[in-house]
Write a protein that binds this ligand. Structure first.
Ligand SMILES: [Zn+2]
Length: 249
């Protein structure tokens, strides 16, 4: 039984950036060449899968051409309230363009608010309204959701199920074995990732993924000790990213 490991990307730029959430397009292209080879059965380890969060315009402008060249299919999780509203994010036409090119689309909330901070009415807006709006724009069912900031608890997961999702993507670096798993772990990738290291991550025998999982558990404990707001500030200083981008999703 071969497992899968989902990776999480956010934004690509041709020239790169000091922000950890941005990856150079050329680096992404090298990773997709590796992933294409591994997806075709070129490795004995985990099969890599690609996801993007937030709906940055570079997903369409920079990532799509690379995916088409390498034949890799990605899943794009869209912050629905930012679509066609916020500078730097995709338009509805671009979302339809991704779909028409065979790429997959899921939801990433309406406003990117951490769902653990939402009451029932806010959860409905972030989950149900976002899903229905995306379905209107795409003309197909949307049943996958990725959690803003990777934050969830039992109440959030119950709301996801209640509002029509069949699969929820987290930011916990974990491989999945069943294609239809309810919770799907992901490993967030930042710019400047070593390709040889990436191959090791995909090889369970290397122990690299298991070490990342342990580190993530410690991070989870730091979050519960510091609280979300302070944790996000510390995280943004360490990673030179904007707190709004969330810690890991
Ligand atoms: Zn996000």
């Amino acid at each position: 039984m071969t497992g899968r490991l989902h990776f999480l990307y956010h934004e690509l730029r041709a020239e790169g950036s000091e922000y950890a959430y941005v990856m150079k397009t050329a680096e992404f292209a090298r990773q997709m060449e590796l992933f294409q080879r591994l997806q075709q059965g070129g490795g004995a380890g985990l099969v890599p899968e690609v996801t993007f969060d937030d709906g940055d315009v570079s997903n369409y402008e920079q990532a799509l051409p690379v995916l088409q060249q390498t034949g890799v299919t990605a899943r794009f999780f869209i912050t629905v309230g930012w679509t066609a509203q916020r500078a730097g994010y995709m338009s509805s036409e671009q979302l339809r363009g991704l779909q028409a090119a065979g790429q997959k689309i899921g939801a990433h909330g309406w406003t990117h608010t951490l769902l653990t901070h939402c009451d029932a009415a806010q959860l409905k807006a972030e989950l149900l309204d976002a899903r229905l709006k995306l379905e209107d724009e795409l003309g197909t069912a949307v049943t996958t959701m990725s959690l803003p900031g990777g934050r969830y608890n039992q109440r959030v997961l119950e709301a996801c199920r209640e509002h029509g999702y069949t699969q929820v993507f987290t930011s916990v670096p974990q491989a999945s074995t069943a294609a239809d798993a309810w919770l799907v772990g992901r490993l967030n990738l930042v710019g400047g990732t070593d390709l040889a290291w990436l191959e090791k991550v995909l090889d369970p025998a290397s122990g690299v993924l298991a070490a990342l999982e342990r580190k993530d558990k410690i991070k989870g404990m730091a979050k519960s000790v510091l609280g979300d707001t302070l944790y996000a500030k510390v995280w943004s200083i360490v990673n030179r990213s904007e707190p709004e981008a969330g810690a890991g999703a």
